[in-house]
Design a protein around this ligand. Structure first.
Ligand SMILES: Cc1cc2nc3c(=O)[nH]c(=O)nc-3n(C[C@H](O)[C@H](O)[C@H](O)COP(=O)(O)OP(=O)(O)OC[C@H]3O[C@@H](n4cnc5c(N)ncnc54)[C@H](O)[C@@H]3O)c2cc1C
Length: 471
């Protein structure tokens, strides 16, 4: 009788359990069930990385470090959640409320019927804080942007291009900056116009529904840290938390050494940690460009968490223009007790370098004054408590010079692959960029294994690995 010989399953170790690492594991397990032994090693107590939550000591509730929103164009994030049965966990809003301290509120509702980019014309006309002259400037610049290739924008900052496209300072400040600061997490004076174009053309104006705003229906720690993790574990992926990786070895065989001293052999390693955390892991001998991308500059985002004694608006969220506050969010899920009338709000300030110079009490007072101006009913509400959470390393700063430093998923070593929102995806630091990077890393592994690579969910411009490998 012939002995049945089974080919041993290839061992894939993913370092980092943020969205990039989770996405890489899911993509591999989904494309080739039972073919790989996949293990995620995460340094923290939970997976989800920057898209996570803290526990409010006063109530025990999970509160997101910072409210995360996605857009209708985030095809890879949306389809990951759909595949894992979590598609219903993002609430889709087709309309945005813009509040300006000196003008009446504006509802921005792109047409569902007109083709892109004409679906935005009526919505732009409804922005009452912009003059007719400003709106005309914006239309002209948008059309120009549609006709401009990404390649021709390389090396330019958003402000340089906008000025050359005839945008006056007030138009830049009151329209372009509002969109770009929250989408790119950095001051448009320094951000790359090529990435800004991606946000406008692909993200905002490229198709009907692309500019829809998607807000998680539950805290990120529940959505990604628990439910997505469980869904991926049920595919046979093993997840070890509180397991920081200290070192990657390749001599004589590829292996990972953890903080606990455990040595884990691997056939492939996907490094899915943030750019600044690659420093101790990727030596120049392994990846010659590692010192350059580990030094990519960062930009802070601040979340002001405010608990009031009552609800003062039905509005779930609003974009705030001309104020320190940039976005207001109201707690999107139901409270557990009917007796508790208090209401939680969050104010998000991206590229918060200036806000961080202010004293905490001064910042909270200024923001509360802005809220009271925008929502008169808030004048009768009492602020019960507040907390400011700022991550100075929130996102990488998408400057023109940084674009050249972002590496492909595939490295020169057949066993080593990179993932993370900061690799060459064409996206700014976003959940979509992180999920796409995970799929690119999965494709890189499959390519090295001689297997058919996987599909990405849209026709957007992609990085080197994607252009060559993703069918
Ligand atoms: C304040 C803030 C607001 C944001 N708002 C939005 C938003 O509204 N919309 C949006 O789309 N995006 C937003 N983002 C960006 C988004 O959170 C990130 O782009 C995305 O989560 C990055 O995922 P990642 O997997 O690439 O990296 P991370 O989430 O950073 O995951 C990397 C993981 O690697 C782990 N790790 C590091 N070193 C090691 C090691 N040695 N061993 C093992 N594990 C290690 C880390 O603990 C972490 O869990 C925001 C980010 C911040 C900080």
């Amino acid at each position: 009788m012939n002995a049945i010989t089974e080919t041993p399953r290839k061992r894939i170790v993913i370092v980092g359990g943020g969205l990039a690492g989770l996405s890489a594991a899911e993509a591999l397990a989904d494309a080739y069930p039972d073919q790989f032994q996949i293990r995620i090693l995460e340094a923290k107590q939970t997976v989800g990385g920057r898209a996570g939550s803290f526990t409010d000591p006063a109530t025990g509730e999970s509160i997101d470090y910072c409210q995360h929103v996605a857009m209708g164009c985030c095809a890879n994030l949306i389809s990951l959640l759909d595949r894992r049965g979590l598609g219903g966990q993002l609430h889709r809003y087709r309309e945005l409320l813009f509040l300006h301290p000196d003008h009446p509120p504006s509802r921005f509702a792109p047409s569902r019927w007109l083709p892109a980019p004409f679906h935005l014309v009526g919505a732009l006309a409804s922005l009452r804080f912009l003059t007719l002259r400003q709106r005309r400037q914006i239309h002209r610049a948008m059309l120009k942007l549609f006709r401009t290739s990404n390649e021709s924008l390389v090396g330019q900052t958003a402000h340089q291009w906008l000025q050359s496209a005839g945008q006056e300072s007030a138009t830049i400040r009151e329209f372009w900056d509002v969109i770009l600061v929250s989408a790119l997490g950095e001051n448009p004076r320094v951000v790359s116009m090529a990435v800004a174009r991606k946000v406008f053309v692909d993200g905002f104006a490229g198709s009907v529904g692309a500019s829809d705003v998607l807000v998680p229906r539950q805290p990120l720690a529940d959505l990604f840290g628990r439910e997505l993790r469980q869904a991926i574990e049920s595919m046979g992926v093993s997840v070890a938390t509180q397991t920081a990786v200290k070192q990657l070895r390749s001599d004589p065989k590829v292996a990972i050494q953890t903080q606990h001293g455990e040595v884990i052999p691997a056939d492939h390693v996907v490094v899915a940690v943030p750019w600044h955390a690659t420093k101790g892991l990727l030596s120049p001998e392994l990846v010659p460009d590692a010192p350059a991308f580990a030094a990519i500059p960062s930009s802070p985002i601040s979340g002001l968490h405010l608990w009031f004694d009552r609800q003062f608006t039905d509005q779930q969220h609003a974009v705030m223009v001309g104020t320190i506050s940039q976005w207001m969010f109201r707690q999107p899920w139901e409270k557990e007790s009917d007796q508790d009338q208090s209401c939680y709000y969050q104010i998000v300030i991206s590229a918060s370098q200036q806000a961080r110079q202010m004293k905490k009490t001064e910042l909270v007072q200024s923001v509360v004054a802005e809220i009271c101006h925008a929502f008169p009913a808030a004048r009768n509400a009492k602020l019960l408590r507040s907390r400011i959470v700022t991550d100075p390393l929130s996102v990488f700063s998408v400057r023109p010079e940084v674009e050249a430093l972002r590496p492909a998923a595939q490295t020169q070593l057949p066993w080593l692959h990179l993932a993370g929102d900061w690799i060459e995806t064409g996206w700014p630091a976003t959940m979509e960029g992180a999920v796409l990077s995970g799929r690119m890393a999965a494709s890189s592994v499959l390519n090295r294994e001689g297997l058919a690579t996987i599909k990405c969910e849209d026709g957007l411009p992609r990085g080197r690995i994607a252009r060559h490998l993703i069918r």
